[in-house]
Design a protein around this ligand. Structure first.
Ligand code: MN
Length: 256
């Protein structure tokens, strides 16, 4: 009702807290700024550290991951990944990356990704943040019939594949690096407003020469709102309500 009501929190669905020089300090800053943050990990062997670090926090959640660029050399960690899965609702960073890998490496990536998806589907109620560089088509076809909620992080595939992803229930998360590109407007025209989220992918994405932090999702919201033709406040509310609905839907699927 009142215009002075606090705006809804910003949302960062893909952030690498464990790659910052002082994760404890960065986590405290996120809590101060009240940004809901999914803190992804690149190998299951480091998950417990992030899990412990975020246990007492309100805004930061740990995600269990096995990054596609590490999947082939860390197949030995796949069992640990599957063992740890029941401990968390959030899974990432996972997916496929065909940018600079051999056919054999890509085959192993698909095996690893499939095993993770199968276990997530069997457990139900998981929120996945997924990498798909130069591999969007395979990622999306592997998500057909998936039981849970996939978020495609930093999507750069075709419109046709994006439409398949939508029919497979995918959400999309956009970051400051994407928001700076010319094709961002076109990408937003493909994604229904209800399926869009924000992320930073910090520290891989930088803002003004510094590793991005979850508060920098405000820059993405600003661009999205401009493209949508709404105020930044309305854009922020919309992204928040998308995330809230995603969590509700995922929970409902879990109890279905
Ligand atoms: Mn990442």
């Amino acid at each position: 009702m009142s215009a002075s009501k606090d705006p809804r929190p910003y949302i960062d669905t893909h952030f690498h807290l464990d790659l910052y020089s002082s994760p404890e300090q960065t986590a405290r800053q996120i809590e101060d700024k009240k940004v809901y943050t999914i803190s992804v990990t690149n190998t299951p062997s480091v998950f417990k550290h992030t899990e412990a670090l975020t246990r007492e926090l309100k805004y930061v959640r740990p995600a269990l991951g096995l990054h596609p660029e590490l999947a082939a050399e860390r197949t030995s960690e796949l069992d640990l990944m599957l063992d740890l899965l029941p401990r968390t609702r959030y899974v990432g960073e996972i997916g496929l990356d065909y940018a600079s890998s051999s056919q054999e490496n890509q085959r192993i990536q698909r095996q690893v990704f499939e095993k993770i998806l199968d276990k997530c589907s069997a457990e139900g109620g998981k929120v996945l943040t997924i990498h798909s560089r130069k591999a969007a088509q395979d990622v999306v076809s592997m998500l057909r019939g998936f039981h849970g909620t996939p978020i495609l992080h930093w999507y750069s595939g075709s419109k046709e594949t994006l439409e398949q992803a939508l029919s497979n229930g995918c959400y999309f998360s956009a970051n400051p690096a994407m928001a700076r590109t010319k094709k961002f407007e076109k990408l937003l025209s493909w994604i229904p407003k209800e399926r869009l989220l924000t992320e930073t992918d910090g520290p891989f994405v930088e803002v003004s020469g510094e590793p991005a932090e979850p508060k920098d999702t405000s820059l993405v919201v600003k661009q999205i709102s401009r493209v949508w033709g709404v105020s930044a406040r309305v854009g922020r509310e919309k992204i928040f309500s998308n995330f809230k609905r995603l969590l509700q839907e995922t929970q409902e699927k879990n109890h279905a």
